[in-house]
Design a protein around this ligand. Structure first.
Ligand SMILES: [Fe+2]
Ligand SMILES: [Fe+2]
Length: 465
């Protein structure tokens, strides 16, 4: 082997690291993660230093050998190889994982109902029945009102695909419907009525080894129980632990489907969901609107009669909340009649109690507060549901109520060391979700433990315009 070969090898390693880091900077969520996470920044710096250091060490090895210091030269070669290995082997492996290029398909996931952004003739959101199959196939869906079953609709996919989505339109309130895939068994669900009752969770982190499967399962059983009469189930971000992992999406969709086959699911993107190729996975697996060709953006409006939900895209902080998204939110909020309910569903919090550790502030976020709070207050937002901090909390400021309804399985956050001045109630160290009932002029928010027991109840009178 030529003496200079090790120098070229080390230089190639440094080149790969450089190219990789440039690629990283352009990936969804990566800049946000680098900004808020000191550990990740230090890891990137360490990778660069190690890769660059390999070059002079390899050069030193040739110098030592040419001066007859053979033993020292060989030691330097070994050291140069050790320094170059992360770039030569580690970087291609990490790239393959983050980009999703080498991952197998998501496989089979059961049919489940998703809320879409389109509103039917009777004021309810149209629903998408979505599922995935290992093999390409074209399915037929039959659906209609359960009573009488006289007006059934038959939909057939135009082409054989792996990711399937049918849209159920113009649903009537307070009505029982059924759907049947092919010759399968029918599945029934009941549409929303008045008052509107829905469940909100966050931070399920499906795929994480540290998550509590039993807590999620218990909560899903509560939400699916017909006696509890939930009409929708919203998960406000970090549904997956790493959204670039198709296996994490597979686990999430399979676990959720037992409930969401009958309770329509609405998702908001979290920083863990859309990072790197997670963005594409999110659009493909969690956002049937994009499959239906209506919307490829992650922010959507969902209308349920006089209750209007605004799903917003927030990442690690406010970096995903673009000017375009802000303009959209303001125009949509302004278009809603002042007497209607305006509810925000977005992963990252504005106000929250929390902790400071490892260079990360996890409480009242100055960036999201600056971007969002003036808009919320100006446009008469009533309720804001968030996650990100794995805790339950109610906060109130200037007529806007902020609710953190987490975690739905992810590790609970450690107890707060900072209390937000706007905090009304706070609980950490346990799993839970919010059970929300909305009438014309009042909202009742009940935080529930996994088994369904009440943790805290909050009443909110709708402020008059
Ligand atoms: Fe989380
Ligand atoms: Fe998060």
């Amino acid at each position: 082997m030529k003496k200079t070969a090790f120098i070229w090898l080390a230089a190639f390693s440094a080149f790969l690291v450089g190219i990789f880091l440039i690629w990283v900077l352009f990936q969804p969520g990566a800049m946000g993660m680098l900004r808020v996470n000191t550990a990740v920044r230090l890891a990137c710096l360490a990778i660069v230093i190690i890769a660059v250091l390999a070059v002079p060490v390899a050069w030193l090895s040739t110098l030592l050998q040419s001066h007859g210091r053979v033993y020292l030269g060989r030691v330097a070669i070994v050291l140069a190889i050790i320094l170059a290995l992360p770039g030569l082997l580690g970087i291609p492996t990490v790239f393959a994982v983050l980009s999703g290029l080498t991952q197998p398909n998501i496989g089979d996931t059961p049919p489940q109902l998703f809320v879409t952004a389109s509103t039917g003739a009777h004021g309810l959101p149209d629903l998408a029945l979505a599922f995935n199959t290992t093999k390409v196939a074209a399915y037929t869906l039959t659906w209609g009102k359960t009573a009488g079953q006289t007006e059934e609709t038959i939909l057939t996919e135009a082409a054989a695909v792996r990711t399937h989505a049918f849209i159920l339109t113009d649903l009537e309130p307070n009505t029982d419907y059924y759907y049947r895939l092919g010759d399968g068994s029918p599945c029934t669900f009941r549409t929303a009525g008045d008052p509107l009752r829905f469940a909100v969770g966050a931070d399920a982190h499906y795929g994480a080894a540290t998550r509590s499967e039993s807590a999620s399962t218990e909560m899903l059983l509560q939400i699916a129980d017909p006696q509890n009469a939930f009409s929708y189930f919203f998960l406000v971000g970090d549904t997956t632990h790493w959204g670039f992992s198709k296996s994490h999406w597979s686990v999430a969709l399979r676990e959720l489907a037992g409930t969401t086959a009958t309770i329509p699911l609405g998702l908001a993107p979290g920083n863990h969901d859309t990072i790197f190729s997670g963005y594409d996975n999110y659009l493909r697996y969690a956002h049937p609107d994009s499959l239906l060709g209506d919307n490829s953006k992650l922010w959507t409006r969902i209308d349920v009669g006089r209750v209007h939900f605004f799903v917003i895209d927030l990442g690690w902080s406010a970096e995903a909340f673009t000017e375009e998204q802000a303009a959209w939110l303001e125009s949509e909020l302004t278009a809603v009649p002042a007497e209607d309910w305006k509810i925000i569903l977005g992963h990252g919090f504005s106000y929250a109690s929390g902790t400071y550790n490892a260079g990360r502030y996890r409480y009242d976020n100055p960036e999201t507060i600056a971007c969002l709070v003036p808009l919320f207050e100006r446009c008469g937002v009533n309720l804001v549901f968030s996650g990100h901090n794995h805790q339950m909390e109610i906060l109130e400021k200037s007529g806007v109520t902020y609710v953190i309804s987490s975690p739905f399985g992810g590790i609970p956050s450690s107890p707060r060391t900072y209390q937000s001045p706007y905090s009304l109630w706070y609980e950490s160290g346990q799993y839970g979700f919010a059970d929300v009932t909305i009438t014309e002029d009042e909202a009742e928010i009940v935080f529930r433990a996994p088994g369904g027991s009440e943790v805290y109840r909050h009443f909110l009178a709708k402020s008059q315009p």
